[in-house]
Design a protein around this ligand. Structure first.
Ligand SMILES: [Zn+2]
Length: 223
């Protein structure tokens, strides 16, 4: 993803301006720069007027409200529970898609093993069709290293991959891959961290650079 700074132009700049509440000129001008510096200062970021993963993450957190999960077995989509590497990659993927007018949202992020267990039962010991091949602690979702991005059309989640929508899902997979995530052939909405393995994770080998909001949530699920 393109890093934005004074002089940058295009759809990403327009999207940034919309989020910061300044005129949407499509050019990173002095007004945009002032708004970025103000936002970065307010969020305790380095106020350098350069918009990359950290600033986009704070913009996402300031403007997107996660759903309130009512139980462990409920669906969680709070990106704070993702490992920072995955969190930044997901936000950048999301922002790029939004800027291109492709309306994906984070459907699910961290997934508690209890919910994984219930999903695994679906189509096996419970009614419904099979939705996952992963048992608890076999899915990257349990480690805060995966997300599912799903289309949001007219206020409703949509898994429609037919017709003109096919290109949108392909684009989502493409951008995610460029940001260091990988897709799974059998689960179209899913993106997970590339460069590790379920075995490594089960053995307690986690990616470097974790932070407290990722680690505390993940550790609580282990108990
Ligand atoms: Zn998934």
């Amino acid at each position: 993803m393109q890093v934005l700074k004074t002089g940058s132009t295009g759809k990403l700049v327009t999207y940034l301006q919309k989020k910061l509440g300044v005129d949407t000129t499509g050019t990173f001008d002095a007004v945009t720069n002032a708004a970025v510096l103000k936002f970065q200062t307010k969020k305790g970021l380095v106020a350098d007027g350069i918009v990359g993963g950290n600033t986009w993450t704070q913009i996402y957190l300031a403007t997107e409200t996660p759903r309130t999960a009512k139980s462990k077995a409920d669906r969680h989509n709070n990106i704070r529970h993702l490992h920072p590497t995955v969190r930044a990659a997901v936000v950048k993927t999301y922002v790029q898609l939004q800027a291109e007018g492709i309306p994906f949202k984070v459907f699910e992020a961290f997934r508690h093993p209890e919910r994984q267990s219930e999903l695994y039962a679906q189509g096996r010991t419970k009614p419904g069709s099979i939705v996952t091949y992963a048992k608890p602690w076999s899915s990257y979702h349990q480690y805060g290293l995966a997300v599912d991005l799903v289309l949001m059309l007219d206020g409703e989640w949509s898994w429609n991959t037919s017709g003109s929508k096919a290109a949108w899902w392909a684009r989502m997979n493409q951008i995610g891959t460029q940001e260091g995530l990988m897709r799974l052939d059998f689960e179209v909405p899913h993106l997970q961290l590339a460069g590790t393995s379920s075995n490594a994770l089960r053995q307690g080998v986690y990616p470097a650079g974790g932070d407290k909001s990722w680690y505390d949530n993940f550790m609580a699920a282990r108990e």
